[in-house]
Design a protein around this ligand. Structure first.
Ligand SMILES: [Zn+2]
Length: 186
């Protein structure tokens, strides 16, 4: 079990439930606290929710950090499941995300135009997109808008990447619409 930072080992008599071992510094039994916490959660989920929400409102930065960490842990542990639940959420909220996706697609299209040098072979690029195998995305090896360098929209900078890999790479394009690739155009 995960122990609080102030846990101490206890060598005295067992508690009223018969636990020996870990206690809080104040002397109360950690196992019992867990049992009672679970009971409270079962009996009054609304109250627990309220307490949690109050804590979130009071500690927004810390809450954001914790949520982010838990998200990353989940994703590292089970990327497929994460992607699946994201897809479900996207499908259920299609009206909410449609404008966001339109804006993102427009931005991506503009970035491609900007990153296509005059000497680029557009036919080759188009063929590369047309030959994309199912379940793969076309990925820019050096991102068009990288942090330090910006890649070009040329054949040499393109590769096929399994859709899942590409989403892990940080593009986060697991949306229902993205699966169908209307925006994955040359
Ligand atoms: Zn106990």
């Amino acid at each position: 079990m995960t122990l609080p930072a102030d846990a101490i080992t206890y060598k005295g008599n067992p508690c009223k439930r018969g636990h020996v071992g870990w206690r809080y510094r104040c002397g109360s039994c950690i196992e019992c606290a867990k049992i009672m916490g679970a009971e409270r959660r079962r009996e009054n989920p609304e109250l627990i929710k309220e307490i949690r929400q109050r804590w979130w409102a009071k500690n927004p930065e810390r809450a954001k950090k914790l949520a982010r960490e838990s998200f990353l842990r989940c994703r590292a542990k089970n990327p497929e499941r994460m992607l699946e639940s994201r897809r479900r959420w996207d499908k259920a909220n299609i009206n909410r995300i449609r404008p966001m996706m339109a804006a993102r697609n427009a931005a991506r299209y503009a970035a491609k135009i900007k990153a296509t040098p005059i000497w680029a072979n557009r036919n080759e690029i188009r063929r590369f997109y047309e030959n994309r195998p199912n379940g793969f995305h076309v990925d820019h090896i050096i991102p068009l808008k990288g942090k330090t360098v910006c890649g070009l929209h040329i054949l040499e900078n393109l590769q096929y990447l399994p859709a899942l890999e590409n989403c892990k790479k940080g593009n986060q394009l697991s949306t229902a619409q993205n699966d169908e690739h209307p925006n994955d155009l040359p």
